[in-house]
Design a binder for this molecule. Structure first.
Ligand code: NAP
Ligand code: MG
Length: 464
């Protein structure tokens, strides 16, 4: 893995305009793994100009040809999976098996889905005497976080390319090496120059310049609700489209007839994956009063499998570690019962947090309301199904969730009443074509599959 000392703009690696750099650190051992340039407004402007110049040609490229280039990109990502996994592990700290099975593999599936959708999507439809054209929105400014560094890039860039848009990407400062690898893959796949551009840099500098740039037609952001709200305001003022994938505080609802052991074990695994740094993680487990203690004991037993440094990696940086530990202290202060873990760091080196299980959590506690983004699970008690629904819906977020019941019909009936964007029914599998996105303050817009493609299109009606 080598770090580029330039920006990928207009189909080539160009020196940055300034001299500022970002130091990339491995959160597992705190060693420096590389340096990348920290771009400014000038670099963003260069990248947006390159994208604007490439836009008309790419927008006019027949969808079948765009599909072929996206298929080539998928093939490069597939061929370079080992290098991708090692790079993600080096800058995010995730254990290598997770980097391989999720961080490197999922983007191949998503890129593949858009190679197919670009070829099959109905970019034209007939409505009475009208022909409706679904045309690319234009230049996309994509701002991505570090938690699923390649997936979040591909979930924006692949549909944007399928739609015929040109893209400028500002990836997270913590994981720029994966973004540089992606730019190499784009180059190797033979995408026309300027269709994809990369500016590494800091959020409040390069990210803000990109969100504010008048040459950007759509800002697609994934990250915190606080930054997302600001980006939404800036975009709205300029009458720009915006897509926001924000935080979550999802509920894992275990109804009285459910297979308790399975629901608890899958629920714990869901929260521990990626050290709890998953926006859609089911960080609140809801159990009926009768089986509550049994569920807590099962969860505690499941936690024993997640040994820091083995199955569970560190969190991304020292700031996140301090933030997560602060939430654990807050949980203790507000009277939650600490069953496993606590605020102490489990290792001397690396940004590790002790996997922490809280019981006797009430819906009003801070740990039950705010996104922690670490390996922390809260178990809440409900009195009856109506109470479970009130608790499940009782946060400002609505990104994901799970329902377990004696049968699918009962779980589906409950899920229909949840204010959330996606629900896994009795352990339903992840579907890379299903729309992903939030209700309430979890965001605006959807990613993945045909719904994700539609975000990058605008319609024109021709009356014949
Ligand atoms: P963040 O600041 O919202 O970062 C997301 C992206 O936005 C990064 O590329 C970031 O750049 C950029 N950014 C930051 N400030 C910006 C600004 N003023 N204008 C334009 N872009 C800007 O998130 P974070 O600080 O990494 O994490 C904080 C919390 O956000 C986490 O604890 C978690 O709760 C939540 N989060 C949610 C998700 C999710 O998938 N929904 C992902 C990550 C984090 P920098 O990398 O330079 O900051
Ligand atoms: Mg930040």
């Amino acid at each position: 893995m080598k770090a580029h000392d330039g920006m990928y703009i207009g189909g080539e690696w160009r020196p940055a305009r300034g001299r500022d750099t970002i130091t990339v650190v491995n959160p597992a051992d705190e060693q420096v793994v590389g340096h990348v340039p920290a771009g400014g407004a000038g670099d963003v402007d260069d990248a947006v100009r390159a994208a604007r110049a490439a836009l008309p040609g790419w927008a006019a490229t027949p969808p079948a040809e765009r599909a072929a280039r996206i298929a080539a990109l998928r093939d490069v990502l597939a061929a370079r999976q080992d290098e991708i996994a090692e790079t993600v592990t080096a800058e995010l700290g995730s254990p290598l098996p997770l980097s391989r099975s999720v961080h490197a593999a999922l983007p191949v599936a998503v890129a593949g889905s858009y190679a197919e959708l670009a070829a099959s999507y109905a970019f034209e439809e007939t409505l009475g005497n009208s022909t409706v054209l679904h045309e690319p929105i234009g230049v996309v400014g994509a701002i991505t976080p570090w938690n699923y560094p390649l997936h979040q890039i591909v979930a924006k860039v692949a549909p944007a390319l399928a739609a015929g848009c040109a893209v400028v990407l500002k990836p997270a400062e913590d994981t720029p090496l994966t973004a540089q690898l992606f730019a190499e893959a784009v180059h190797e796949a033979g995408l026309p120059a300027g269709v994809f551009n990369l500016v590494t840099g800091l959020g409040p500098v390069a990210g803000q310049a990109l969100a504010e740039h008048e040459g950007v037609d759509l800002v697609s952001f994934t990250g915190s609700t606080a930054v997302g709200a600001r980006i939404g305001a800036v975009a709205s003022a300029a009458v720009k489209r915006v897509a926001l994938e924000l935080g979550g505080k999802s509920a894992n609802v275990i109804l009285p007839g459910a297979d308790l052991a399975r629901a608890v074990n899958v629920g714990v695994a869901n929260v521990m994956a990626n050290s709890g740094q998953t926006c859609s993680a089911w960080t609140r487990m809801l159990v009926d009063a009768e089986r509550y203690e049994e569920a807590v004991a099962l969860a505690a037993a499941a936690f024993a499998k997640y040994v820091p440094g083995e199955r569970i990696g560190p969190v991304v940086n020292a700031k996140q570690r301090a933030r997560v530990r602060g939430y654990i202290e807050k949980g203790v202060e507000e009277g939650a019962r600490l069953v496993v873990g606590g605020p102490e760091a489990p290792m001397e080196r690396g940004y590790y947090v002790s996997p922490t299980l809280f019981a006797d959590v009430t819906p009003d506690m801070t740990v039950a309301q705010e996104e922690i983004f670490g390996p922390v699970l809260c178990v809440l008690r409900y009195e009856d199904v109506e109470d479970a629904l009130r608790i499940a819906n009782g946060t400002v977020y609505g990104l994901a969730g799970a329902v377990w019941a004696a049968d699918d019909a009962e779980a589906v009936a409950f899920a229909r009443r949840m204010d959330t964007g996606q629900v896994d029914i009795n352990g339903g599998r992840f579907n890379p074509l299903a729309p992903f996105g939030g209700y309430k303050r979890s965001g605006v817009g959807r990613e993945l599959g045909p719904h994700g493609l539609a975000e990058y299109l605008q319609t024109k009606s021709l009356q014949l």
